[in-house]
Design a protein around this ligand. Structure first.
Ligand SMILES: NC(=O)c1ccc[n+]([C@@H]2O[C@H](COP(=O)([O-])OP(=O)(O)OC[C@H]3O[C@@H](n4cnc5c(N)ncnc54)[C@H](O)[C@@H]3O)[C@@H](O)[C@H]2O)c1
Ligand SMILES: [Zn+2]
Ligand SMILES: [Zn+2]
Length: 394
């Protein structure tokens, strides 16, 4: 089969590789019909996540048709169309029983490596480095999906692939971002990052009772998506720089001096910055004195109103510097964060999409074939041609 493989920082291959096989009785094999490049894939592409190996098949946001079924699988049968959550969870361990699926303790065969880095290991994620299990990912014609009764959800007839694809990752991630923000009715919610995850975070903030949503980015086309599809007020941090105002000052102005009640960081470790802060993080990451660039996170903490919540959904992988713990502490902030507990939300979100209560197609700006993955990554990474999300169809 054809698959997209990691070949070093900034390099991808489209190769012929052996087809996957059923390995355990509760596996299925899915023929991928649609996949999308996520911001998290850029962290692999740009070399921010360690333990990638040449030839690893990447991709964690995908869906397809079930073509082979292990003897113990109950919920799926051959011919079903299914969306597959990015996170692999066993459904039976201490953490899965608490619905903390991304903390599953049974699916990462390389747990010892994660324990050395993080103290404990989380769940495995498709196509997301050996630290996260080394499972082959979804940018391929076929994928082995373990624990098939726990993760994948069957897609009802009448819904297109594009309508449901993001239920695999970006949509539940946005939902979790809003949930972790602990929104109270009428709250002002500020979201850093207007990629698909941030945009879905904005939509879900309204679902959870927000009274106002403010989107922050430097990409005017994505901010337009935020205005048009997420009823957000927008702040372009790049043009703010030219106006000589900081994001913290602007948000204070917009909220009567108090600051947003809830702040969501949907940017993560590869944040772009302005001024001295940008230079600081660039030099420090180049010299390997910090691994992640927490530019948006620092701003979210600084801007958040006293007693508010900062929800961190953008991915962080290692160590950050100049973390404003004093601001967080003295303002009595709540910080919540983590990888997506996908399995907890997929059923509910599929229902909302089926009923037409939630449109999850609007971030799709580009459609390409699997062979075009290298171009898809460059287009997505550089926001070429107004790109917000590329979908890949094998
Ligand atoms: N926690 C999880 O389980 C989970 C799941 C999926 C994605 N993610 C993470 O969520 C983040 C967003 O994913 P995405 O697919 O939307 O990525 P994306 O790259 O499409 O979007 C990121 C956006 O942030 C903007 N940005 C950069 N620096 C900024 C700054 N300082 N202030 C405001 N905006 C800034 C970029 O212009 C871009 O539009 C990534 O870090 C990704 O890894 C987390
Ligand atoms: Zn993702
Ligand atoms: Zn588990």
């Amino acid at each position: 089969m054809k698959a997209v493989t990691w070949q070093g920082v900034g390099r991808l291959g489209v190769e012929s590789v052996p087809d996957p096989l059923l390995l355990r009785p509760d596996d299925v094999i899915v023929r991928t019909t649609l996949a999308t490049v996520c911001g998290s894939d850029l962290h692999l592409y740009d070399g921010f996540i360690p333990t990638m190996q040449h030839g690893d098949i990447i991709g964690h946001e995908f869906m397809g048709e079930v073509v082979e079924v292990g003897p113990e699988v109950r919920r799926l049968k051959k011919g079903d169309r299914a969306v597959v959550p990015a996170v692999i969870a066993c459904g039976a361990c201490f953490f899965c029983k608490k619905e903390l699926y991304s903390l599953c303790e049974n699916t990462n065969p390389n747990a010892h490596a994660a324990e050395q880095v993080y103290g404990h290991s989380g769940a495995a994620i498709f196509g997301y480095s050996h630290l996260f299990g080394g499972y082959a990912g979804g940018f391929a014609e076929y994928v082995r999906v373990p624990h098939a009764d726990v993760g994948p959800v069957k897609v009802p007839e009448g819904l297109s692939d594009e309508q449901v694809l993001f239920i695999s990752d970006a949509l539940p991630t946005g939902y979790q971002a809003a949930l972790f923000a602990e929104i109270e009715p009428g709250d002002t919610v500020a979201v850093w990052g207007a990629g698909a995850v941030g945009l879905f975070g904005m939509k879900c903030a309204w679902l959870l009772g927000a009274g106002r949503v403010i989107a922050i980015d430097q990409d005017e086309q994505r901010l337009e998506l935020a205005r048009r599809h997420c009823q957000a007020e927008t702040v372009n941090f790049r043009s703010l720089e030219h106006d000589g105002q900081t994001i913290v000052e602007r948000l204070r102005d917009m909220t009567g001096g108090r600051g947003p009640d809830r702040c969501i960081d949907a940017v993560g470790m590869e944040a772009h910055g302005t001024g001295f802060g940008r230079l600081y993080d660039e030099i420090k990451t180049r010299l390997k004195l910090e691994s992640d660039r927490p530019f948006a996170l620092r701003q979210a903490i600084q801007a958040c109103r006293k007693g508010g919540t900062v929800s961190v959904i953008g991915v962080y992988g290692g160590l950050i510097d100049k973390f404003n713990i004093g601001a967080a502490f003295n303002k009595g902030l709540t910080l919540r964060m983590g990888q997506l507990h996908a399995q907890r939300y997929v059923g509910m979100l599929l229902e909302k999409v089926s009923k037409g209560e939630l449109d999850a197609t609007f971030p799709i700006t580009h459609r390409m074939s699997l062979e075009e993955a290298p171009r898809a990554f460059e287009t997505f990474k550089n926001h070429h041609d107004g790109c917000c999300r590329v979908v890949l169809r094998p």
